[in-house]
Design a protein around this ligand. Sequence first.
Ligand code: FAD
Length: 261
Amino acid sequence: MSLRIVVCVKYVPDATGDRHFAEDLTVDRDDVDGLLSELDEYAVEQALQIADEADDAEITVLTVGPEDAKDALRKALSMGADKAVHVEDDDLHGTDALGTSLVLAKAVEKTGYDLVVCGMASTDGTMGVLPAMLAERLGVPQVSLLSEVSVEDGTVKGRRDGDSATEQLEARLPAVVSVTDQSGEARYPSFKGIMAAKKKPVTSWDLEDLEIESDEVGLEGAWTAVEGATERPARTAGTIVKDEGEGGKQLAAFLAERKFI
Ligand SMILES: Cc1cc2nc3c(=O)[nH]c(=O)nc-3n(C[C@H](O)[C@H](O)[C@H](O)COP(=O)(O)OP(=O)(O)OC[C@H]3O[C@@H](n4cnc5c(N)ncnc54)[C@H](O)[C@@H]3O)c2cc1C
């Protein structure tokens, strides 16, 4: 039987762009370009490698996000995933981590899965909590933060490198794993891959398709609230120290004044 792999990928605002909050303190996504979270490229890569080793496997990439999140799905498809699922609904505006995990869990269940592969964290929210929440909602084991991962005889195995120890972990499928940026460079989409991605199926679901009530998600259903946000102060012109014999002392004084030394 085919190994069904679902990779959760997030469409995130480009970190090099200027990001702003809207009046309701949600991120103003119209204001900035987005892209596939770089850390999720590692998840796609590991799923592709697991699929290569399996006799028969199918990779579905899944995102919860706005219309433009399809760009993230297309990139993952051009890397080699087989099909994609996009969950979008106006009522998702303001959804927090618990709400996102609910939507992902329902979408994963509807897709059908043996293994869910996530990134270690998104590059915007960076909470790193979604894989654990997702596993709990699905009622399956989670093996998180793996820098090496493989599947053999219905078991997912992996290596987690910690500060004081390296652990070898395994769990019976179905399971959720998350992989780190040490798991291996993600491949670049080839020209052939980019052309093939255009023909791969992308299924769109809304909350009704997933049997989720609108008050379970969005700002209304959120368990967390953003109370305030302050814009980063504009950059000021730097200080140029001209070395006329006293440069070192001036540098030291500059750093000491700002308590760097
Ligand atoms: C439609 C929408 C509206 C949102 N509105 C707000 C808002 O108003 N205010 C606010 O503070 N936050 C908002 N968020 C952000 C959301 O709460 C967080 O993105 C979410 O809780 C995940 O947290 P994180 O980014 O820290 O993920 P992490 O826990 O760091 O992510 C770990 C991994 O989980 C997977 N993952 C995470 N998010 C997604 C996703 N969306 N789709 C697929 N896989 C994913 C990826 O594999 C990722 O590497 C919104 C998100 C969505 C999708």
